[in-house]
Design a binder for this molecule. Structure first.
Ligand code: ACO
Length: 311
């Protein structure tokens, strides 16, 4: 039996009324939001690293300016999301601590290396494409600060997706070597991009409750299918081949059928055994350590001002 306040809460959710930070909410709702929003924020922050790797090597000044702006956007997304999570009663320091201790996850996708310039195209096209597919529905989620943050984030993500596709267009119209580079990037990023949507529905522990609370609006498999259906024609237009021999349009279902995903690889990446997990964590740890003098300085300054006020 639901307690009366919990019933009133669920009625609001069912009526699509937003929940705001100071209002009553079940502890499980608060915890789930903190988990998902903080992991989302961590993903944006760690997500700067694979692309940051190419800023100094972008092929033209324009490409460099665009990539720099894009990576800065990711930092901004991380910051809005940390702020949204803070309204639920967790501090930024606590979230950072959870990331650095390995307690909080970040998206599996950012544990893969960016080997060539074409990877920057593939990330914008596929990774940001998958991110939009997942985040557009979250604009309608039940928690006010999260839903509002998603509106701006999605606008910027669509620019990111377009810039990635534009890089791919340029490469496929280039030399044979450039076209091969584009195909190789698609080969390496396709399956990791499909894994971004999370485990298959049958193994998704949080989906049912999160959907009842409208923290999640769709299941993992629904969004994965939608992504495949929208992205395959884009690959066709580029003249690139999606690396899946079982990929086939299914007239009856009105969707593409696609091959089995290697979920073992996904779970290994989640356990910390992906190709770049150690490198990513080391980079974040170093950034935190390198900032210690600045945090100490801020605190010392605040204390001095406080003391002056008292005097
Ligand atoms: N990478 C890392 N961990 C994942 C991933 C993934 N791609 N998919 C699922 N998981 C984790 C979940 O966090 C959960 O672990 P936890 O209990 O320790 O938190 C576990 O696997 C089980 O999965 P689900 O029950 O399906 O988890 P959930 O309901 O949270 O669904 C999803 C996962 C779809 C990623 C959801 O959290 C979500 O929509 N998040 C918001 C979007 C987001 O974080 N995007 C980040 C990548 S995009 C970008 O930043 C550019």
């Amino acid at each position: 039996e639901m307690a009366p306040e919990e019933r009133a809460f669920q009625e609001k959710i069912d009526a699509d009324i937003k929940i705001e930070p100071k209002e009553w909410m079940p502890e499980g709702y608060r915890k789930t939001l903190i988990r998902q929003i903080s992991q989302h924020a961590h993903s944006e922050i760690v997500g700067q690293l694979p692309e940051g790797n190419w800023i100094t090597r972008a092929p033209t000044l324009d490409r460099k300016a665009i990539l720099l702006a894009k990576v800065q956007d990711e930092a901004g997304h991380g910051l809005y999301l940390y702020c949204a999570a803070e309204t639920l009663g967790i501090s930024r320091d606590q979230m950072t601590e959870q990331l650095l201790s390995g307690k909080a996850k970040y998206s599996s996708i950012f544990n893969y290396p960016t080997l060539t310039w074409a990877d920057i195209g593939a990330i914008g096209w596929l990774v940001d494409g998958a991110a939009i597919m997942n985040q557009v529905p979250i604009q309608r989620c039940s928690f006010g600060p999260y839903s509002r943050a998603m509106i701006r984030v999605c606008k910027e993500e669509s620019f990111h997706q377009r810039q990635g596709y534009d890089i791919m267009m340029k490469l496929v119209k280039g030399t044979d070597a450039q076209k091969e580079m584009a195909q190789d990037a698609l080969n390496r990023w396709w399956h990791p991009a499909l894994m971004m949507f999370g485990p298959p529905d049958a193994e998704s522990v949080h989906s049912a409750q999160s959907m009842a609370w409208k923290i999640k609006m769709n299941t993992n498999d629904e969004l994965r299918q939608k992504f495949v259906d929208e992205t395959v024609p884009q690959a066709d237009y580029l003249g690139l081949k999606v690396p899946d021999p079982d990929l086939k349009w299914n007239e009856e279902r009105g969707h593409y059928d696609f091959g089995e995903i290697d979920w073992n690889e996904f779970y290994e990446v989640l356990k910390g055994n992906g190709p770049c997990n150690a490198e990513r964590m080391a980079a974040r740890q170093k950034a935190w350590n390198d900032g210690a003098w600045f945090r100490d300085g801020l605190m010392a300054h605040a204390k001095k001002r406080e003391a002056r006020k008292m005097a």
